[in-house]
Design a protein around this ligand. Sequence first.
Ligand code: GLN
Length: 269
Amino acid sequence: MPKIERKWLYLVFAILVIAIIAYLGYNVYQQQTYPTITSIKNKGILVVGTSADFPPFEYVNQSGAIVGLDIDIASEIAKELGVKLVVKDLSFDVLISALQGKQVDLVIAGMTITPERSKVVDFSVPYYNASQAVISLSTQKFLSINDLKNKKVGVQTGTTGESWAEANLVNTSIISNSNLLHYDKLSDALLALKRGDIDAIIIDEPVARMFVRTVSGVQYDFGIYTGEQYGIAVNKDSKDLLNLVNSVVNNMKTNGQLDTLIQKWFGSG
Ligand code: GLN
């Protein structure tokens, strides 16, 4: 082979080797820097855990689909990742363990950012402010916490409403421990209220307002300011995903998309 041709061959070979090394190196770099994002992209789906009993954040609509403000935010995250969104409907109190057990990639469930939860999962930047409220049947009106004296009160297991009721109703002896009834699903608490098993329910204020608009015979009694903020929960070992979620939420906040969605799901009522 003439000398000059061999030189070119070496050059092409060297370029090829460098390209392969660079490609492999880049892949390893990607997997180390973006381990969760890479695995989600490889799966082709983003699995989001929620508890679809919390309108208008997440609920099952008349055609049986899980929809709501949180689901729309989840769709934006899936879009940013370039994957399909899969929503898993679980009871609220198992969501964090499902996240830790990697059955879901994210939890979006009107979940309040609390110090206890922040010990075990990371939260995104907040996307909604909320407090608690009391609802009851329209037949008896409660105006203040003291009106709940010796009443039967329902809460959802594992929620901030449950903790609030334990601290401010049970521990203050306004109601006895056995008068605080715990339900896995808010829909079961509503059924219990309708049946007369309980006198009132303590739930997040925005959801209380939605229930009294959509469930007949149920009224909004009073609000309890707790200054909560909802965040999206991410596994502690998934900082790459947390950063992506934060950038999606921050973008939705600054470009007005989040406000538009809030308007869409809460309407003017
Ligand atoms: N915001 C409340 C909490 O985080 C309730 C959430 C819910 O019931 N989906 O505990």
